[in-house]
Design a protein around this ligand. Sequence first.
Ligand SMILES: Nc1ncnc2c1ncn2[C@@H]1O[C@H](COP(=O)(O)OP(=O)(O)OP(=O)(O)O)[C@@H](O)[C@H]1O
Length: 300
Amino acid sequence: MSAPPILYRLLFVLNPISGDIDKSSLEDTITAFCAERGRTAAFFHTTGKDDLRRLQRHLREHSYDAVFAAGGDGTVSLVAEAVSETELPLGIIPLGSGNGLSKDLGIPQDQQEALRLIWDHQVRAIDTLRVGSTFCAHLADLGFNALVVERFCSGDTRGPGAYVRIAMQEYLGYEPAVYRIITDQETYEGAAFMVTVANANTFGSNVVINPDSRLDDGEFEICLIEPFPGTAALGILYQLYTDAFDESVYTRRLRCRQATIEVPGQERVLVQVDGEPEQAALPLRITMQPRSLRVLLPLG
Ligand SMILES: Nc1ncnc2c1ncn2[C@@H]1O[C@H](COP(=O)(O)OP(=O)(O)OP(=O)(O)O)[C@@H](O)[C@H]1O
């Protein structure tokens, strides 16, 4: 196999607020790092408003060899959408609260080590999804976790502690909805605590919702946690942290290439896609774009 071409002109998309991490010296660090190896670094700052359209315009007007997302899952998803279906590879400098996709891809969580991907890398093409009209590179879900993510995003505290506090508050009064899920393989109908549409394996919290799945197999999984008694909650949580999703009587996975999700009696549903909550129209159609995103991964 021939070595990948050298990436000289690099764009770094920086999210100033992600992960509550101070990034005041980041541009200088990256610029110096690139200069040492004869690369040039340009920067694009997200604002939280209209970032996708602004980034797409910027990419049309400038020429780069790779685009790095320096932020959390939302920033990675933004850059991934902008470069998907193109030859431009996506690099990731994990600087968010959870960094789920970068962990699934085996990208170093240390900033300096992640920066080495600039010159030491392999390129791999991975699948991406559309959940309704929304791009998804990692995980999306309906039900309990979508509700927690929405409360988390509308609160003013970030970080794992805030997520756990909200999850505990919401768990007590939570009423699971009934879903009808029609895939190219089967139809499922029943109540579910949580319905995860999984291109990848693991949430940023290290919960393994979809063990042993691949990001480039042309398929995705719908991972269901059915309603469970309070006495089973700790056991399920333990299984989610130990790669044992399939071992519970309250869980099941549907493997497919396309799916439609309905919530009988409802026209809209709360969904979180790559960590960003939204109200989506029902029925919700999920499609896959096989190997549509080129990513920079560590060698070996
Ligand atoms: N300049 C900005 N000011 C306020 N919000 C911003 C700005 N830039 C981006 N955002 C918002 O940041 C969110 C994405 O953050 P991101 O997911 O990268 O980090 P995180 O939530 O801390 O980490 P993770 O998703 O890995 O847990 C999006 O909701 C986006 O709208």
